[in-house]
Design a protein around this ligand. Structure first.
Ligand code: UN1
Length: 509
């Protein structure tokens, strides 16, 4: 993908980086974005200076006063236009996602579809920001609760979903009446510039203030400005648990709100009655999709001893079919890792697996030669391990699948699946109703997402997305996740001529 191709959809990325609406600032240091697919420079952006950051925040502060006064369904209309534009640009933006991030073209298109889906969801939601009516204990009183915008929302996103996670946050935050300031990963800034240009054009066409949607770029320092900034009411951060702990501490230190969507360590429990074909497809897509760099990627398979060898052999066979290469070539199942740092982490993990007593069943290697010049292509790995190994307890963002054996009842498998610090996604493969109900019960999976006969990744936008424990507790996307983007106000109205107190308290003068 070339800069010319981007220009053909009116996306001009060279040397941009910080923007409020269509106004671009470009004083900061250069960030070069190289494609992990071929190692070539895609374009450069300029990182945000502190001065530019403050200008962005000043515009956001002005824009929030106007935006929050626009009726919610009218704000929904702007998000509808965003969804329409994304429909039009889906193949090109999907290609850019694939080229800059390295996921397959199919998955790049899927990511843009996720943006479109959340826009549609948010448009409907813009007429459904419901509060409750409440029966007052006092006569002649009416009570209800209602939701108001929070103000300025900071959105910090990771490289692995360079456009969809922004859209989840942006679409909801906007219909809820907030203005947004986005700091994308410095590994995928071009995707971010593209999205900013799309939304900025829509704002301009509708004569809306630029500060409704802004972009700041740079490293963790810029993230820190957002976390510390009292002008930002909510910080929604997606990324590693290590990053999330820093953001949480800083935002809590000023009693701000945070919404955290952090690491996972997702398992599929494979029971004796599991459908083998479904299990293999679900596990392989979960483990090698996005080259194992989804927060929902399948990391562990907890397999009953009675079918262990059968599942293991089927997986080893399936891994032989996986074609690795340029993700824009649709014959390939798996593209590269994001960069050579990620390759280094993958190699370190493989060493650790061996050191800690694991057995590698499908070995890992860094691919070299024609088509693999970027040095970011690796082969997917299967290893036999025990759940308590330190390496298994950590999320390695790479295509490494751990096989773990369980014996006896499903409760033993659930115990293993819960015995990690993360709690994002989980799944069980079973035809046994009793097992699936136990898995979904309060004694079952402790994760934010628990699926039956589906893998761990590929959640739909309609459900609330996020997880427990070290995953951070936040919920984004569907269901009532929108409530995190608004402040709740309880209103009690007395339409009598006396002033009775609640709890029956008497106070007369
Ligand atoms: C992420 O990995 O940060 O459920 C998001 C999924 C996608 C979203 C993943 N819909 O795999």
């Amino acid at each position: 993908m070339t800069t010319e191709e981007l220009k053909s959809i009116n996306i001009d990325v060279e040397n941009l980086g910080t923007s409020t609406g269509n106004t671009w600032f470009a004083k900061g240091d250069i960030i070069k974005s190289y494609s992990p697919t071929n190692g070539k420079l895609i374009a450069s952006v300029k990182s945000t200076t502190r001065n530019e950051y403050d200008q962005v925040l000043a515009e956001a502060a002005k824009a929030k006063l106007l935006w929050r006064d626009i009726p919610s369904p009218k704000r929904g209309e702007i998000v509808r236009q965003l969804g329409d534009k994304l429909r039009e640009l889906k193949p090109t933006l999907g290609k850019l996602v694939s080229y800059e991030m390295g996921k397959s073209y199919q998955e790049g298109m899927g990511e843009v579809q996720e943006m479109i889906d959340i826009c549609d969801f948010a448009v409907g939601l813009s007429r459904q920001l419901y509060g409750n009516t409440i029966h007052s204990e006092r006569p002649g009183h009416r009570m209800y609760d209602q939701y108001h915008p929070l103000g300025v929302i900071g959105i910090i996103t990771a490289f692995n979903f360079p456009v969809a996670v922004w859209a989840w946050n942006a679409a909801l935050a906007l219909v809820c009446g907030n203005v947004i300031v986005w700091k994308p990963s410095e590994k995928t800034p071009i995707c971010a510039v593209a999205c900013q240009q799309i939304i900025a054009d829509i704002l301009k066409k509708n004569n809306l203030p630029e500060g409704i949607s802004s972009l700041v770029t740079g490293d963790a320092e810029v993230g820190k400005w957002i976390a510390e900034d009292e002008r930002i009411t909510l910080v929604s951060a997606t990324g590693s648990t290590r990053m999330g702990k820093e953001v949480a501490k800083t935002v809590a230190g000023r009693l701000g709100k945070s919404l955290l969507e952090l690491g996972g360590n997702n398992a599929i429990i494979v029971t004796p009655s599991a459908d083998l074909k479904m299990t293999v497809i679900g596990a392989v897509f979960g483990a090698v999709g996005t080259a194992g760099q989804r927060c929902t990627s399948t990391r562990r398979l907890i397999i009953h001893e009675s079918i262990y060898d059968k599942v293991k052999n089927a997986l080893v066979d399936a891994y032989k079919q996986i074609k690795i290469g340029d993700p824009l070539d649709t014959n390939h199942h798996m593209g590269p890792l994001i960069d050579t740092d990620a390759v280094h982490m993958y190699l370190t993990a493989l060493e650790e697996i061996k050191k800690q007593g694991g057995e590698i069943l499908v070995p890992g290697e860094v691919l070299t030669g024609a088509g693999y010049e970027s040095g970011c292509y690796v082969t997917p790995v299967i290893a036999e391990v025990e759940n308590h190994y330190d390496i298994v307890q950590h999320e390695t963002f790479a295509p490494i699948l751990y096989l773990i054996k369980y014996t006896g009842e499903v409760d033993n498998a659930i115990q293993l699946q819960n015995a990690v610090r993360q709690g994002l996604s989980s799944a069980i493969m079973t035809s046994n109703l009793r097992e699936s109900e136990i898995f979904l019960s309060q004694n079952g999976s402790d994760c934010g997402i628990a699926n039956v006969n589906i893998g761990t990744s590929g959640a739909e936008i309609g459900g609330a997305f996020g997880g427990e424990k070290e995953t951070g507790g936040g919920r984004e996307s569907g269901s009532d996740a929108w409530k995190a983007y608004m402040r709740r106000q309880t209103n009690t109205i007395n339409y009598t001529t006396s002033l009775p107190l609640a709890q029956g308290i008497k106070f007369d003068l």
